[in-house]
Every structure is written in structure tokens, then in C-alpha cells.
Design a protein around this ligand. Structure first.
Ligand SMILES: *[C@@H]1O[C@H](CO)[C@@H](O)[C@H](O)[C@H]1NC(C)=O
Length: 187
């Protein structure tokens, strides 16, 4: 940062002087433009590297998200539709997308996912899908529950997509942080 400020100042000073006869100058009036560009470029890369380092732990980039249902007062269950976890609590690594309500693994690795839903008694259940394939579910057996949940650890490839869809039509999911979809990369 300091380097950027200093090189910016140097440019400000050097430019008006560049047109003056060189014998009136005590400093080199023509800083090497290519060198300046290269230094600015390295400074940018340094910033990007620092940002990546912030998210890195033990050689692994951090990926972690938590989203909740924020469609008030609740969201009706329609079989095959995605559960709209539209409110973000955290989204380190930008894997979760509130527009598609899906998580896309930015990197391959071992991931943990957890879904907990505050439901009406007449609610059926949800499926967790990986690239459209059913891999886990949470069911309201005998229509007895007010909450359902499921947690799964699995190995994903980069760009695998995870979403949560309603398994049946009828009933609803309550809005708020009692209805969450959470995931993070373990390793
Ligand atoms: C869930 O994700 C799969 C895989 O990307 C996609 O094909 C499907 O349309 C999604 N489902 C919904 C309801 O958005």
C-alpha cells in the first residue's frame, strides 16, 4: 500500500517535470514507464495474494456458507421446487448463490452440509441434490414434527452443485434463522 502511494507520488512529481530540459533537474526526469507499470502490477498481485492468504488455512482455501429462508411469512412446499434460502449469514469463498439457491463447490474436497427446517405439521420433506442427484433427505414422518434436519459429509469435485428441493407438495417452511442451509469445506 505504502509502495503504491509512493509510486503514485513519484508519478505525480515526475510527469510535470518530464517536459523540462534535463540540465535543470537533479533527479532523473524520465522514470522507466515499463518498470513503473511492472511495479504497480506486482503490487496488485501482492494484494490479491494477501486476500487469498486471509482465507487460507493449512494449505486449504476456506469455503463456508450459511443461508436462511427469508421469504415472509413462510414458503409453501411445491414438489421439485428449490427451497429458497435467500438470506445470507456468511458466504466465505462465494460458493452459495441466493439467486439460484444453490451451492457450487469452488474447489474439490471434503464438505459437510446441514439443513434444518422449521416446518408446518402438514409439510412432507426435502431432498438434497448433488448435480440433480438425490443424496440425502429430511422427512416429516407421520406428519408429527415441527422441525426436520439432516447433515452429510461428502467428497465433492470442483463445480459440483448442491441444492435442497421440496419432496412433496403441501405445508410450508417457516421463514427465519430456524430454517437454514449450511455447508463448509473440511479438507
Ligand atoms: C438443483 O440443481 C440441479 C443441478 O444444478 C439443477 O439441475 C436443478 O434445476 C436445481 N433445482 C432447482 C429446483 O433449482
Amino acid at each position: 500500500m505504502l509502495f503504491l502511494v509512493l509510486s503514485g507520488l513519484l508519478l505525480l512529481v515526475a510527469e510535470p517535470l518530464a517536459g523540462m530540459p534535463s540540465d535543470e533537474l537533479e533527479v532523473d526526469p524520465q522514470p522507466d514507464a515499463a518498470l513503473m507499470t511492472r511495479h504497480a502490477h506486482y503490487a496488485d498481485l501482492g494484494e490479491i495474494k494477501a486476500k487469498l492468504e486471509e482465507r487460507r488455512d493449512g494449505g486449504h482455501l476456506h469455503v463456508a456458507f450459511s443461508a436462511y429462508v427469508n421469504s415472509h411469512p413462510n414458503t409453501p412446499s411445491i414438489a421439485g421446487h428449490v427451497v429458497p434460502f435467500g438470506g445470507l449469514i456468511t458466504n466465505v469463498g462465494y460458493g452459495y448463490n441466493t439467486r439460484t439457491n444453490a451451492f457450487t463447490a469452488p474447489y474439490g474436497g471434503i464438505y459437510f452440509f446441514f439443513v434444518a427446517l422449521d416446518i408446518s405439521k402438514d409439510f412432507g420433506g426435502v431432498k438434497l441434490l448433488r448435480n440433480g442427484q438425490y443424496f440425502a433427505a429430511a422427512h416429516n414422518d407421520y406428519r408429527e414434527n415441527t422441525h426436520i434436519s439432516v447433515g452429510v459429509t461428502m467428497t465433492l469435485n470442483a463445480r459440483d452443485v448442491i441444492n435442497v428441493t421440496y419432496e412433496t407438495t403441501g405445508g410450508h417452511v417457516d421463514s427465519g434463522i430456524s430454517s437454514v442451509f449450511t455447508g463448509f469445506k473440511l479438507a
